[in-house]
Design a protein around this ligand. Structure first.
Ligand SMILES: NC(=O)c1ccc[n+]([C@@H]2O[C@H](COP(=O)([O-])OP(=O)(O)OC[C@H]3O[C@@H](n4cnc5c(N)ncnc54)[C@H](O)[C@@H]3O)[C@@H](O)[C@H]2O)c1
Length: 481
């Protein structure tokens, strides 16, 4: 097999190295012969910095490069007109068995197939940045891509030592689509008064994410995110994808993120890491408190009452328990605002896949939710780090997780990807310890469905509308996975 890589930006250079390393002869091309040679020199320098050598060659133009090639991967600028023009040239010069692939992150692969003229032999191979390190490749199947081409793509990804997931051509594919509500909810939480560092610390502590969503947005650039949100809204035609006004304000003010020193964080004042540390409460030495909790398998003097939405029964149980001793509510349901008996603390405890505990502590004096001293003693006893959050529906962690799971469920419902591939994609591309369906299984469909319905009621916003698949699963009408 011989492969041609067109476009020697960071992605094209990285993809060329990955193919070369797998023993595939690679020819690289850019806009001009000079840019092609310069690109090859950068590839050689980047490989050498990693202690590697490459045997890649540069061609003057795509027509020359294509002689006898079986595979072409384009990684030119993200512009449909440029890609269409290139693919028409490739179609004229390539052999009848040439498989053409695009590394696009947002453009329609089906539309590119039409420009190529043989849509059955065109698909997306969406590598992640940097391609030399990231294991995931989304294989994007266009409306007319044939099975033989998909098989060839899957075999290639395997030969590269990477993991493929299959995704039907659709806006944002899998990873960027499922993460869309993560970013939207994180921004909405800030609009609703939660500090950016609290949102990020909760995502890290409660979900085990390596980087919080707002720090990630600052890193990518808020202007890039805003533009992709506008595209998503247009493509899906569903108001749940509309951008968050606050981010538009930041972009208009030139505060587009890390690169300019100001976005959700003010980098002149404090780094996201420092801000995250400031808002995180590290537990003190464990006290002698004995805790009773069915969920944690503990028995003792303080009761941790874990439940979902408040019902008259639960409220009176809490009141009764509180009259006899210390009690702390463990829930993320916003319905407790106004229903929490006086003196009862409100937290939400999370057990991460690595077994570590993390707590959100509701601290919202404006809403009459105070933190009784027993809460800190409890968290010391459990050795659980914590952040303080407002009494908003879903608090922070469940709101982020449930909205991602709901989006993932929509992706499966519409046949864009399988649940297994969605989980694999999120774990490999985002380093999430659990995919959205693994989170769903851990939390329970009933809990997630009830949580989303409660958010829908409280916010009155279609963003939280549970997918029909989730609803049918919760009602026991279809199997869970
Ligand atoms: N950067 C990322 O994180 C990332 C991740 C995944 C996918 N992608 C996608 O990969 C593609 C490339 O991304 P990038 O960041 O490396 O791009 P880039 O814009 O940095 O580089 C594009 C390269 O293509 C060359 N080029 C432009 N038109 C050309 C043409 N007609 N023929 C030959 N060469 C041409 C340019 O000279 C440049 O070297 C885009 O489609 C992008 O959406 C990017």
């Amino acid at each position: 097999m011989t492969a041609v890589i067109v476009g020697l930006g960071p992605m094209g250079r990285g993809i060329a190295r990955v193919l070369d390393k797998a023993g595939i002869p690679v020819r690289v091309v850019d806009l001009t012969p000079e840019l092609g040679r310069a690109g090859l020199e950068r590839i050689q320098a980047e490989a050498s910095a990693d202690g590697e050598t490459v045997s890649i060659t540069a061609a003057d133009d795509v027509e020359t490069a294509l002689g006898g090639a079986d595979l072409l991967i384009e990684a030119v600028v993200e512009d449909m007109a440029a890609k269409r023009e290139l693919l028409a040239r490739v179609a004229a010069a390539g052999g009848p068995n040439l498989l053409a692939a695009s590394n696009t992150s947002s453009l329609s692969v089906s539309e590119m197939g039409r420009a190529y003229g043989s849509p059955e032999r065109l698909l997306g191979l969406h590598f992640f940045n940097p391609p030399t390190k990231m294991r995931l490749v989304e294989v994007i199947v266009g409306a007319a891509t044939d099975d033989a081409s998909v098989k060839r793509a899957l075999a290639l990804v395997e030969q590269l030592g990477k993991t493929a997931v299959i995704c039907k051509d659709s806006p944002n594919f899998i990873v960027n689509r499922v993460c869309r509500p993560l970013y939207y909810e994180a921004q909405l939480l800030v609009s609703q008064g939660v500090e950016a560092a609290v949102v990020d610390a909760a995502a890290r502590g409660g979900l085990g994410h390596r980087m919080g969503p707002l720090q990630l947005l600052d890193f990518t650039g808020l202007h890039t995110h805003l533009a992709s949100s506008e595209t998503a809204l247009r493509e899906f035609g569903d108001p749940r994808y509309r951008p968050i006004p606050q981010v538009r304000g930041l972009v208009r003010g030139g505060m587009t993120g890390r690169a300019v020193g100001r976005g959700f964080y003010d980098y002149a004042k404090e780094s996201p890491r420092e801000a995250n540390q400031r808002v995180l409460r590290v537990p003190g030495p464990a006290s002698e408190l004995s805790v009773q909790s069915e969920w944690l398998g503990l028995e003792g003097e303080l009761t941790v009452f874990r439940c979902g939405a408040p019902t008259p029964d639960k409220v009176s149980t809490l009141k009764r328990l509180a009259a006899g001793g210390d009690v702390v509510l463990d829930s993320s349901d916003g319905g407790w605002l106004g229903a929490l008996p006086h003196g009862v603390g409100w937290i939400h405890l999370h057990k991460r896949p690595d077994g570590a505990l993390f707590a959100e502590v509701v601290d919202d004096p404006a809403a009459n939710v105070e933190v009784p001293p027993i809460v800190d003693r409890l968290l010391d006893q459990l050795q659980a780090p914590s952040v303080r959050v407002l009494a908003l529906p879903g608090l922070v962690v469940d709101r982020l997780a449930y909205c991602m799971t709901n989006e993932a469920s929509t992706v499966v419902e519409e046949g864009t990807a399988s649940a297994r591939d969605v989980d694999v994609a999120l774990r490999l591309a985002m380093n999430h310890p659990r995919g959205p369906f693994e989170n769903l299984a851990a939390a329970g469909i009933d809990t997630v469905y009830a949580g989303l319905r409660s958010m829908t009621d409280a916010f009155g916003d279609p963003r939280y509308r549970p997918s029909q698949l989730l609803r049918r699963q919760a009602l026991g009408l279809v199997r869970a996975r």
